[in-house]
Design a protein around this ligand. Structure first.
Ligand SMILES: O=C(O)[C@H](O)[C@@H](O)[C@H](O)[C@H](O)CO
Ligand SMILES: [Mg+2]
Length: 403
């Protein structure tokens, strides 16, 4: 089998999504997700100019060699653009090999380690009451795990909260970055009240998660982790920016609240120290942004040695292609923890027909060969690209902060 075509499809059914489609001479094709939210066309250019031409004529079964070719061969290693491009190639090749073998991807990886994949949904509200209503809606839908994000009194808008009640939360909300305001002290005073209210209303069984979105310093994160211990969160996510992996040691010394990190990581080197020092509990690096299945399974294998489990990133800025592939990975990987799930819009679901299914708070990847997700190119073409940027964040005095 040889690769005869590789092309990039950009579509915007409500949000931009980038797909790489690889075709072979025996008629099998595979697709990979290359979406890098707010920087989509950088990956498109990388794929079209440097990757697609070099794929033609290669044997798609040489997944490892092709991975090494684009990683080592670029000379300029790592980084989100390079690793998302490699991730898309890798996902598409595993898809092709699954189809060639007539096997769903999870069987190719080593088979089922579990019957179904627990996911967490997103409950957001402008105030605690609004947030509790959203948690209730998720519980009614069957979710066993819910991430809770709430507006902060005295701050006009914050991460994870939809602009208007009832609207979907979509972070890339304007053509050029919109500006949010942040106050660490207001947040730290308010956040524990949210978890207390959730526990009072929903009891002990619900898994409760929370995303700090990189905004604290290590000692502030330590305070938060400690203060919320009575509400036994499933995890506290991205409590500090993680370029300095050593910073997590300090947080760890102070709290038993489980820590998750890694959605912006793109390589094993971004989390090696975090994992080896046992400073975290869940690793969130996922297939699209961290070099595909071939690389993320190395991360998962390292993590397993240190009791760190997976908790893949899964917002709407990852397409159903990544979701499908991730669900196969989750079904196989021995040290699975949880999978994030933010439902895609109906338009997106139509552009990407898929075999995975939600039932009772869990997903199953389906039995279709490969990762089980395809793209309707005709429909995709009806939604042209529109530039969208992620917001920036400023402290109340105007200082640019982490968003
Ligand atoms: O935990 C999450 O789901 C994330 O933090 C996302 O919501 C990011 O903000 C988004 O992926 C940025 O593009
Ligand atoms: Mg996050």
């Amino acid at each position: 089998m040889k690769i005869v075509d590789a092309r990039v499809i950009v579509t915007c059914p409500g949000r931009n999504l980038v797909t790489l489609k690889i075709e072979t001479d025996d008629g099998i094709h595979g697709i990979g997700d290359a979406t890098l939210n707010g920087r989509e066309l950088a990956v498109v250019a990388y794929l079209e100019e440097h990757v697609a031409p070099a794929l033609i004529g290669r044997d798609p079964s040489c997944i490892e060699d092709i991975w090494q070719f684009f990683y080592r061969g670029a000379y300029w290693r790592r980084g989100p653009v390079t690793m998302s491009a490699i991730g898309a190639v890798d996902m598409a090749l595993w898809d092709i090999m699954g189809k060639a073998a007539g096997l769903p991807l999870y069987k190719l990886l080593g088979g089922k380690s579990r019957d179904r994949v627990m996911v967490y949904g997103h409950a957001t509200g402008h105030d605690i009451e609004g947030c509790l209503e959203e948690v209730a809606r998720h519980v009614e839908q069957g979710y066993r795990a819910v991430r809770v994000q709430c507006g902060i009194p005295g701050i006009a808008s914050t991460y994870g909260v939809a602009k208007r009640a009832g609207e979907r939360y979509e972070p890339a909300d304007s053509s050029l970055p919109s500006e949010n305001v942040w106050s660490t002290s207001k947040y730290l005073n308010h956040a524990p009240k949210l978890f207390q209210a959730v526990r009072e209303r929903f009891g002990d069984d619900l898994h409760v998660l929370h995303d700090v979105h990189h905004r604290l310093t290590p000692i502030e994160a330590a305070r938060l982790g400690k203060e919320v211990e009575p509400y036994h969160l499933f995890w506290l996510e991205d409590c500090v920016p993680a370029e300095n992996q050593g910073a997590f040691r300090l947080i760890r010394q102070h709290t038993t609240t489980p820590l998750a990190v890694g959605e912006v990581f793109n390589s094993i080197h971004d989390c090696r120290e975090l994992i080896e020092s046992q400073s975290i509990d869940y690793i969130r690096a996922t297939l699209t942004h961290a070099g595909g299945i071939t690389h993320v399974r190395r991360i998962a294998a390292l993590a397993e040695l240190y009791h760190v489990r997976t908790g893949f990133h899964g917002p709407t800025d990852l397409s159903p292609v990544c979701m499908g592939a991730a669900l196969h990975f989750d079904t196989w990987v021995p040290n699975f923890g949880i999978q994030e799930h933010m439902p895609h819009s109906e338009e997106i679901e139509e552009v990407f027909p898929h075999a995975y299914r939600f039932e009772d708070g869990h997903f199953t990847p389906g039995e279709a060969p490969g990762h089980g997700v395809d793209i309707d190119e005709g429909l995709a073409a009806k939604y042209p690209y529109r530039r969208a940027s992620l917001p920036v964040n400023r402290l109340e005095d105007g200082t640019l902060w982490h968003w």
